[in-house]
Design a protein. Structure first.
Length: 229
């Protein structure tokens, strides 16, 4: 069920699911009841209350939603909370989860960082939102995503993204223009003073993970961050 899972500090854990957890997205043509069952299985596996995980309606933007106990599925590409469990769904984009501490307790974030999100600053926006809630000592975990050696894009698109995030410019393993989204994300996090604790493997190269570039008719795995006893 989990590609990677860790207790990052007492009372907070981070995880990234794999294909064994199944598709967790409602927007890919899957049976909604089956998706609901899988999400419930995931919540039980991590010890979160039923329907306790908060998911987003992701739109490849840079909007950040501050989530409370009663919040439901915002149209956004980042969520921030004071301990409410958060999930982000991907199949080549970067699932970024973050955690920091404030005088009022943990501050968590989950970010959907695809090409448009990286270019439009969704990661810095999420970090700014965490800091607005008083968070310091922020750390980040970058889940599996397509790597720079595999992510080929047209030269014009590469130039457009690299103009905003220079670290994202790369060349694929076969010599064509590419984008290295994890490198771009790490550069943005470093500029924001955030330490990266983990960066996952390439989704395209890892059969146990969903990859849209490998198969456009695919599901979505999730990045998670949650509090526990």
């Amino acid at each position: 069920m989990f590609h990677w899972r860790a207790r990052i500090q007492p009372g907070i854990s981070v995880a990234f699911t794999d294909v064994e957890a199944g598709n967790l997205a409602l927007h890919v043509g899957d049976d909604p009841d089956e998706v609901g069952r899988r999400r419930a299985d995931l919540e039980r596996a991590i010890g979160v209350a039923p329907q306790g995980l908060r998911f987003m309606n992701q739109v490849h933007g840079n909007a950040v939603a501050v989530m409370g106990q009663d919040s439901r599925a915002p149209e956004a590409d980042a969520m921030v909370s004071r301990g409410v469990p958060l999930a982000v769904m991907v199949a080549d984009c970067i699932p970024v989860v973050l955690a920091g501490e404030s005088p009022d307790g943990p501050v968590l974030a989950a970010v959907h960082a695809g090409r448009p999100g990286i270019a439009n600053g969704v990661i810095p926006a999420a970090v700014d939102s965490m800091k607005a809630l008083g968070a310091g000592g922020i750390r980040a975990w970058l889940g599996p995503s397509i790597c720079g050696s595999c992510y080929e894009v047209p030269a014009g698109l590469q130039a457009e993204v690299a103009a905003a995030v220079p670290a994202s410019r790369t060349t694929t393993s076969w010599g064509t223009p590419g984008l290295d989204l994890p490198a771009g994300a790490r550069s943005q996090l470093a500029e924001a003073g955030v330490t990266v604790e983990y960066s996952g493997p390439c989704t395209l190269e890892t059969p146990s993970l969903f990859s849209y570039r490998r198969n456009s008719d695919t599901g979505r795995f999730a990045g998670l961050v949650w509090c526990h006893d």
